[in-house]
Design a protein around this ligand. Structure first.
Ligand code: PLP
Length: 422
């Protein structure tokens, strides 16, 4: 185990210590790590973490003083359920009734009735046969491809898919194809080439988190049908709010019966605590319970987390009013920003990237927005392509119209000040 004492024993507590052992593995490692960290700082890609001293919500208090009443536009709290009173109460009740945690993986002694209930609720919500819970959607993505695909099979993945899909695909031994972002000609060419393999799986984000754009699922499903392929979608930025009943991209685009596998998160719109899942055909879910490594070898979801997600799904299945309210606010922000002269990427999605191009401009504008009490984040290369720096704004159902208007006004002022607007 690495401990401060071990560093000290190895003489790496600092330069000039009498027990300096510059040739030791530990000191070599320390030098290498420090140099790597320096490179990250030098490249301007260092990620600072702002410390929040309040609940997640549209209005935040940041730790460190001088930052009361910050308006938050950068959480994935699309439906505002992260601090919803009923969601919190459900978590407390689950905690009291079922305890802090299971101290076990699911298949040993880590399955409670609430885990089974939540899996049933998820499959009902998505209108699928069954569902399986994971500690995160990252785990769900890490666990599915290896369990499902063999060297005889092929997976075709959008080049801008989320890192967890990319990593999950890396772990499997299937033949790998990467098609250009949302490019159906390229996907068709790759599907033609992949005909030689036993099974083909097209994998795409339903909604892409950096651009707020939505995968052309209708066309993807048509191609999948033509070339006898399965379709997998990651619905982290869609579940709970896209489509007439918030079922996601497949509902929005009318292809619920054509998408075979859905992975999604409980850590964004569905209460925001943590957790992920796969939902789809029962034999697939049964196989994942037997073979999927992040499921088999990781602790069960804690009861409080299960309670949050379960209540969030109840609220969404009762009414789509929250999702509609978010859609109206998204529309308000997008149209007012466009009228002010900004370019907003994507369409009708609460991820609203304000396209600026220049990395420095995105950084200084985001900083200046915070000076005006609006918390937004600038993204630049390598997170997004060179020359496509942006500030990503995320709208939530719990933003008021006044919050949205304040954000647009601040953008307009800051944009004029820094030359992003005439
Ligand atoms: N997939 C996508 C598209 C995501 O945006 C994220 C989270 O950022 C994940 C998967 C991972 O989700 P989780 O936070 O549940 O691990």
């Amino acid at each position: 185990m690495w401990r401060v004492a071990a560093w000290r024993a190895a003489g790496v507590a600092g330069a000039g210590t009498s027990r300096s052992a510059s040739g030791s593995a530990a000191s070599q490692l320390r030098r290498r790590l420090e140099s790597e960290l320096e490179d990250i700082r030098g490249a301007g890609t260092w990620k600072n973490e702002r410390v929040i001293a309040s609940r997640q919500g549209p209005h935040l208090r940041l730790a460190g003083g001088g930052t009361e009443g910050i308006l938050n536009f950068c959480a994935n709290n699309y439906l505002g359920l992260s601090s919803h009173p009923e969601v919190i109460r459900a978590a407390v009740e689950a905690l009291e009734k079922f305890g802090a945690g299971l101290s076990s993986v699911r298949f040993i002694c880590g399955t409670q009735s609430i885990h089974k209930d939540l899996e049933e609720k998820i499959s009902r919500f998505h209108q699928r046969e069954d569902a399986i819970l994971y500690a995160s959607c990252f785990d769900a993505n890490a666990g599915i491809f290896e369990a499902l695909l063999t060297p005889e099979d092929a997976v075709l993945s959008d080049e801008l898919n989320h890192a967890s899909i990319i990593d999950g695909i890396r772990l499997c031994k299937a033949n790998k194809y990467r098609y250009k972002h949302m490019d159906m000609q390229d996907l068709e060419a790759k599907l033609q080439d992949a005909q030689k393999h036993r099974l083909r799986l097209v994998a795409t984000d339903g909604a892409f988190s950096m651009d707020g754009d939505i995968a052309p699922l209708r066309e993807i499903c048509q191609l999948a049908q033509k070339y006898d392929a399965l379709v997998f979608i990651d619905e982290c930025h869609a579940t709970g709010f896209l489509g007439p009943n918030g079922r996601g991209t497949d509902e929005l685009l009318g292809v619920m019966d054509k998408v075979t596998i859905i992975n999604s998160t409980l850590g964004k719109a569905l209460g925001g605590a943590a957790g992920g899942y796969t939902t789809g055909p029962k034999p697939l879910i049964d196989l994942l319970r037997q073979r999927s490594r992040p499921y088999l070898f990781s602790n069960s979801l804690p009861p409080a987390v299960v309670g949050c997600a379960s209540k969030a799904l109840d609220l969404l299945m009762e009414s789509n009013a929250i999702a509609q309210s978010m859609a109206a606010k998204t529309q308000r922000f997008r149209s007012k920003m466009t009228a002010a002269g900004f370019t907003i990427s994507g369409k009708d999605h609460p991820i609203c990237p304000v396209m600026l191009g220049d990395a420095r401009l995105a950084a200084v504008m985001a900083e200046d927005m915070l000076n005006r009490g609006i918390y937004v984040i600038g993204f630049s290369y390598p997170v997004v392509p060179k020359g496509k720096a942006r500030i990503r704004v995320q709208i939530s159902a719990v933003h008021s119209d006044e919050d949205i208007d304040r954000c647009v006004e601040a953008f307009t002022e800051v944009g004029r000040k820094h030359g992003a607007l005439p």
